[in-house]
Design a protein around this ligand. Structure first.
Ligand SMILES: NC(=O)c1ccc[n+]([C@@H]2O[C@H](COP(=O)([O-])OP(=O)(O)OC[C@H]3O[C@@H](n4cnc5c(N)ncnc54)[C@H](OP(=O)(O)O)[C@@H]3O)[C@@H](O)[C@H]2O)c1
Length: 284
């Protein structure tokens, strides 16, 4: 079920997310790769991620297990000044296009590589629409793509309106979207529809943490019982069945293994329909 982007690059079916892991980042990334994850998500943003510790893990995995760069899919992000504290990985007073170039250079150093697989704009500057600053940054990201520094480009925390605008006016459309996926919003239905239209890979995050009610819904739990799986696995399997690439942020090796097994579950159309509408049903 590996998703393929419109530029024909295949992406692993699930990603391991490294937010909020702090000092445990290196150890957890090593465990995730040993458990079978081949795609890692990070960001050059010290408030929530430690990209350099992801890089440390990759070096250790190369030394201990002979891990090859090509066998991993590495995704990182450019985070604007608004999403950073004083530890910006670029000169915060430089023009935005320069900030993007400096942030990418710093990511390549942190991750000990000369290319990124997917480079994501962490989020637009404003909640509504795209402003000049977004276009400035997106153009700089497009240039990194054209220069071969990254194999794919994407955007995160984006609304349907913003994504439509980006697809309509960019020179290079995003290949990836990464959004928090709420069951209450039809599992981000509007944004996912635009992704389908433009052949963009949709990555869903906080599928578990944002959807406590869906996970505890008796009808959803009954499907998990029938399939003899954990309800967490069911949610990841559902996400893949509707075309998402799920991210998991687990810190537990057993959960890492369980989450990866979700790809093997087979849901019926009725199961999918029930889960798609679970938030609507529980509001009645
Ligand atoms: N672009 C953005 O702005 C943005 C924002 C937030 C997150 N993200 C990305 O998305 C990633 C995932 O986010 P998230 O951590 O919110 O996702 P998540 O996987 O929904 O939540 C992680 C939580 O789920 C639990 N969990 C995972 N697998 C489980 C299992 N099999 N059984 C029981 N519990 C399980 C974990 O507990 P245990 O540790 O006990 O397993 C942890 O508490 C982040 O690391 C980051 O890479 C991006």
């Amino acid at each position: 079920m590996s998703p393929v982007a419109y530029n024909q690059i295949a992406v692993p079916a699930m990603m391991y997310g490294t937010a909020w892991k702090k000092q445990a980042t290196s150890e957890l990334v090593q465990k995730a790769v040993e458990a079978g994850f081949t795609a890692i998500d990070t960001a050059n943003q010290l408030i929530h991620y430690d990209e350099a510790l992801v890089g440390d893990a990759l070096v250790l995995l190369q030394q201990k297990r002979g891990l090859k760069r090509e066998s991993l899919f590495l995704q990182t992000k450019f985070t604007s000044v608004d999403g950073q504290d004083h530890r910006t990985p670029y000169d915060a007073s430089a023009p935005r296009a320069t900030q993007v170039v400096q942030s990418m250079d710093s990511s390549l150093k942190h991750l000990h590589t000369d290319f990124i697989d997917s480079y994501v704009l962490h989020g637009p500057y404003s909640r509504n629409g795209l402003i000049a600053a977004d276009w400035e940054v997106w153009s700089a990201i497009e240039e990194l793509y054209k220069a071969g520094k990254t194999r794919m480009i994407g955007i995160s925390n984006v609304s349907a309106e913003q994504l439509s605008q980006l697809c309509a006016k960019s020179t290079v459309k995003p290949m990836m979207v990464q959004n928090r996926c709420y069951a209450a919003m039809g599992w981000d239905y509007d944004v996912r529809q635009i992704c389908v239209e433009h052949n963009i890979i949709y990555q869903g995050f906080s599928l578990l943490t944002a959807n406590g009610q869906a996970l505890s819904n008796p009808a959803v739990r009954a499907i998990a019982t029938r399939l003899r799986c954990e309800v967490t696995q069911l949610i990841f399997a559902f996400a893949m069945h509707v075309g998402m690439l799920p991210l998991t942020g687990t810190t537990n090796v057993e959960h890492m293994e369980q989450d990866l097994q979700a790809e093997k579950l087979v849901l019926t159309l009725e199961d999918i329909e029930l889960i798609e509408n679970v938030a609507v049903a529980s509001r009645r």
